[in-house]
Design a protein around this ligand. Sequence first.
Ligand code: ZN
Length: 238
Amino acid sequence: MWDAIKRKRRSRHPEPEEVEEGGEVEEVEEVEEVTDLVCDRCKRPLQGEGDGWNVVLDKGYAMGYLCPDCQTGEENAEAEVHEATLDYSAGRVEEDGRVRWPAKGAWNSVSTGTHGAMRENKAIHMLVSLEPPVLRVAVGPQSDARLSGLFRTETCKKAVHEAMSSKGARPGTRDLAYLVDSGMDATDVWVVEDHVRAVGGIDSHKLVVVYSPDIDPHLLDAFAPEYADSMREAIHAQ
Ligand SMILES: [Zn+2]
C-alpha cells in the first residue's frame, strides 16, 4: 500500500520534458521533492511493505505515519482497524498533496462509458456497477437524460450528464418505478424501460430501476437519498 502512495506522489510530479534543441525554451515547472514516508516519532523511513505501520488520519486524510515500535497499544489496535476497514491499495493524493483512503468496498470516483448490453438492448437506459474504488455508469443514446439526477454527488451527476449529452441522450417523460429482483447479481443496478415494452408489449410509461435485494450498501450510497430510500423501501416491502 505504501509503495502505491509513493508512486502516485511521483506520478503527480513528473519529470519535466526535455526541451528539444532549437525549439522554444519553455519555462520548466518546479518539481516537488519526493520525501519518503517516515515515522512521526523516531523518523525511521518506511521500507518494504510497511507491515504494522499505522497511518494517522484526520477526517480521512493521512496526517502522519507511525512505525510499529513507536505505537502505543491503542494506536496498534487502531492500525489493525485501519487495515481491516480502509482500502490501502486505493489511496488518492488530493490537490493539496494530502492522501486519502476510501473505506474497503467503497467508491471514490466515477467512470462513465457504454456497455455491450445497452448497445444490443435499447430498452436499457443505464447500467450502474461498483468496482471499488470506481463507480461505473454506462449510458447510451437511448438513455433518459433526467437519470443523471439519480446520483447523490454533484461529481457523479455532472459526469453522467456529460456522458449522456455526448451520446445525444434526451430527457424523457416516464415515471420511475422500482423492481427488486432476487435473481440479480448483487452489485448491479439496471435502469430499464418498462419490462412489458421491452418484450414488445404495451408501454406503461415507466422506467424501472432493477436491483438485487442484496444490493451492496456502497452502491446504494451512489444514489440521492430520496431514490436510495425508495429502493430500500421496495426491498423491505418484499
Ligand atoms: Zn517510530
